[in-house]
Design a protein around this ligand. Structure first.
Ligand SMILES: O=C(O)c1cc2cc(O)c(O)cc2[nH]1
Length: 248
């Protein structure tokens, strides 16, 4: 019995790495690092979902234009790599600025489950939008366990990355309910739309004016030389005495 209690205590010590204190959170409180004083925005998610390649060499935290590295949060949300940037998943961790911001402790904060479930949902949406085939995932040179034919540790029975990188509703038996934000238009897109709209407006005005002018010209061309008024004599014409020579 004593042994069981000691084992239980030991397990508690191993599992509860926040022993001696509560879960710590100090959201947005990292004054030394202003960049992590904010949470990711819906626009960041929208941009990240547009990064077309799953991953790029060196398949690491310095990969550029890599969806994997972008959703993880080591590049800016549109995929441009910048070592100073933290975004999306990483930014949410660092924003918590406490237990949830340290890699060896963060699963102790219940927010971890929400954050990682949402990150999975972003991946699921990316899979749905881009419908990649297996060759998209690195065959070699990714960190250990991350090449496409490698088993995902520690799942049992063994399952490869290839087998798990599939859309959830069709293959895994569950789905996420998320309203995905649409991407805001770029300035260049707004300018292009404005120019096209202006050109269409000018074309419509030109076509309308041309039609009116053409119709008027046609009207004028078909104008009878004598109008109805002059074609008939008035009814009392016959009773009008013909002017005699002396009247003239
Ligand atoms: O510095 C980072 O980018 C960073 C911190 C942190 C903490 C954590 O628990 C994670 O799972 C990721 C992570 N990234």
């Amino acid at each position: 019995m004593q042994q069981a209690v000691e084992d239980y205590d030991a397990l508690g010590t191993i599992c509860n790495s926040t022993e001696g204190g509560p879960i710590r959170r100090n959201p947005a409180g990292n004054v030394a690092r202003p960049m992590v004083q904010r949470l990711p925005e819906p626009q960041d998610v929208a941009l990240c979902l547009e990064v077309g390649l799953f991953d790029t060499p060196p398949f690491f935290s310095n990969s550029a234009d890599s969806f994997r590295n972008t959703v993880e949060g080591y590049s800016n949300p549109s995929g441009k790599y910048d070592p100073a940037v933290r975004s999306l998943h990483n930014l949410a961790h660092l924003f918590l600025n406490g237990t949830g911001g340290q890699t060896h402790l963060s699963p102790n904060d219940p927010i971890f489950v929400l954050l990682h479930t949402f990150t999975d949902a972003v991946f699921d949406e990316w899979l749905r939008r881009h419908n990649p085939d297996n060759s998209t995932y690195p065959l070699e040179n990714a960190p250990i366990g991350h090449n496409r034919q490698y088993n995902m540790v520690p799942f049992w029975p063994p399952v490869t990355n290839n087998e798990m990188f599939v859309t959830a509703p069709e293959n895994l038996g569950y789905s996420y309910e998320v309203q995905w934000p649409s991407r805001a238009l770029h300035v260049t897109e707004i300018i292009t739309i404005a120019i096209v709209a202006a050109l269409i407006l000018v074309a419509v005005i030109f076509a309308g004016t041309s039609c009116v002018v053409y119709a008027k010209r046609q009207d004028e061309l078909h104008q009878p030389l004598l109008t109805d008024r002059h074609l008939t004599y008035s009814d009392d014409y016959d009773s009008i005495p013909a002017p005699s020579q002396s009247d003239v």
